[in-house]
Design a protein around this ligand. Sequence first.
Ligand code: RP5
Length: 164
Amino acid sequence: MSPASVSPLVGVIMGSRSDWETMRHAAEVLEKLRIPHETRVVSAHRTPERLHAYAAEARGRGLKVIIAGAGGAAHLPGMAAAMTPLPVLGVPVESHALKGMDSLLSIVQMPGGIPVGTLAIGKAGAINAGLMAAAILALSDPDLATRLDAWRAAQTEGVPEEPA
Ligand code: RP5
């Protein structure tokens, strides 16, 4: 993670420790791009007061973007977005029962007025949430924009022309 002396710019929150296997991919992208971030378990249902405090204090603590992942009745991203003006990126975690369709629909169908930028179900969504957070921060951070450009160029370079 980032050095303790650096204030986090991105908060990666998730409803349960069981979401970490998915959400770690967002954290890994932030790590690679050297974006200060923090990771926390914050459940909309099991720890509502922790969620309220986290969302209410987020902007004041210097966070710029929140990535929120949850599965099933995935209310965490929407409730976080209801309580902070920061951009909230929602990652639907793949559930056992419904393969993440429940998570996706819970996160994406926000009422007009409270947006959640919803990504894909699972690992791809977590990776892209990290990249989306980076792109948002890069708008006002030229050094990060350069690192993000390099990351994308390396990805392009790494795609082989032959399938096997
Ligand atoms: C949600 O319930 C969490 O985001 C998690 O995806 C799901 C299951 O949680 P656990 O029962 O594994 O803790 O709140």
